[in-house]
Ligand binder design. Sequence first.
Ligand code: NAI
Length: 673
Amino acid sequence: MPSIDKIKTILVIGAGTMGHGITELAAIAGYKVYIADINSEIIKSGLEKIKWSLSKLHEKGSLKESVDSVMSRIIPVVNTDSQGNFTKDFENAIKDSDMFIEAIPERLDLKQNLFKFIDKNRKADAIMATNTSSLPITEIAAATSAPELVVGMHFFNPPPLMPLVEIIKGEKTSDETVSVTYQIAKNFGKQPVIVKKDVPGFIANRILARFLNTACWLAYKGFYSTLEIDSAVRYSLNFPMGAFELADYSGIDVFYFVNKAMTERGFKMKHCPLFEQKFNAKELGMKTGKGFYEYPKPGAYVRPQIPKELANKVDPVLLLAPAVNEGAWLLENDVATKEDIDKAVMLGLGWPKGLFEFADDFGIDKINTALKQLKDLLGDQDFEPTKMLKDMESKNELGRKTGKGFYEYKKIEEVSKKTILIKYEKPIAWIVLNRPNRLNAISPDMIKELGEALDELELNDDIRVLIITGAGRAFSAGADVTAFAGITPMQAAIFSKKFQELTLKMEFYAKPIIIAINGYALGGGLELSMSGDIRIASENALLGQPEINLGFIPGAGGTQRLPRLVGRGQSKLLIFTGDNISAKDAYALKLVDKVVPPERLEQEARDLALKISEKPPLALMAAKLAIEQGLESNIWAGLNLEANLFGLLFSTEDVAEGVTAFLEKKKPSFKGK
Ligand code: NAI
């Protein structure tokens, strides 16, 4: 039976793109490694690349040993002679090894021939792993006398940098083989996931194929341009690259071949013709100088320009729904756990959150509706939701909004005050201005309750970021004018001062405050929003300072904060005319920082708040203070404050955590200490 303790020597076969990277990982992890290829030039080139990569790691300080000492554990072996027969050296290397990792070209006959030879000469319990991307592990294993020792070990390119490894169980692979291979991947510093069944494309490539194919069909049929889709992928889904941008970057031929191999092995997908057209026209992307985008010359990478404002044209649920359906299929067929599937898309594809996390945030009902919509748009394709998705909808397990979807969510605790609602969704909290039938007009009571809520949430250690928004169709249409009837100038000045104290409290607040402007933000509503740190507005929001129409002026900081955000002229234009402006115009003036469709406002605000909530609280507080105070003093005072805060932060546990996590390539966990 294989065991991790018995593995001291590893033989990597193939010194190409993947093989040399895997060899490097094994050597860094302390194993003695043979690296085999068909001739010494290829091996030499592989070794040079390893040496270069190790020296980079050494420069960065992330290699504990010297480059030479790691290199000394790598032994080159030429494995075929001039007639193409395996060499005696190779046979000896096999006899000396405890594990094999094959990374030769993607051809079943080549791989089977190699595995047969290894099998004949190996030690009794030696594990035989293959890095194949698309061939069934079971078929490669069939060439050996011990299929229980054959396993898939699918690295991502480049292996030293990409954290994901898919460990694939063939039909006969033993649990011990899987668990030892998993351990080896961990020892290589990787984050493995287990693929319990030998399905074409395993996890990451299946999900990626659905995603790219959907994007491609929508463009091919002319519903959206490739630029609109890529803008939505980059800026709404926050993926590292657009769909077509990624295809160009990796090579359109790569996806063409991988998708073809997958469907030939039983993966049901109707190929989008656009990829084939590009493939036939030899427009393969960056490497040929042209794909969906153009590049200055073949192989010269320049990041395509993708306008941000196109993002709202495409509903991102439409792009992701088939991928979610695929994920649900993998779960239903017990191919992998939901945690592993989410890990695979984040670590292998660079998605900002897991597939099922996306699904739960969008809502399972929305996913099913999008699948139906795709069926209507694209016709005879398999967009039928899996049983799992249908069942979830009928059981009202719709995701975050119902407290249960693929994951369970803590029930959101709500505290209702007279004029506001506080929702605790740890680590974030929402304050909802809650007088919807009065368009959330700001009354003295609301000012008092807002102040108290801010105080309580500031001291609440479970809460890292606040979002302020409005109930109904307004953020807030302004101060409650009915409260002004018959008040004396003195009382009006006191109201103004109280409101100003609230806005100052927000500016000096120890935690970030995001303002989600869901509709009217007029007068006091706009003034309240201007004291928050980041403003996200819904496309249908209207903003303005209409006080002049009533005979007075903004009294909660409007004459001070508006010019600081939009400048003298524009603020006078707004205050003198009392006119409202649209969210889009407010964005152009930098009065709001982002504009999103109404149905996405809540999620965008939540995503941003959750992202910020993972950052170190003390550093966030320091950054906010330095920015706010610096802007209100001169640059020397500001720089001085920055230097002092910078220095102070180095005495915190969070800095130690941040630096350690960075060096160990793991996610930091900040405590605010
Ligand atoms: P590659 O073409 O860069 O390297 C393959 C190497 O194997 C070449 O150096 C070749 O000379 C050598 N070779 C051919 N026959 C051999 C034999 N009988 N014995 C020893 N060496 C032999 O290919 P690449 O990209 O490294 O792919 C290797 C495997 O990894 C394939 O199965 C591929 O599907 C898989 N893979 C590739 C990824 C990629 O992004 N390139 C990602 C994940 C898996």
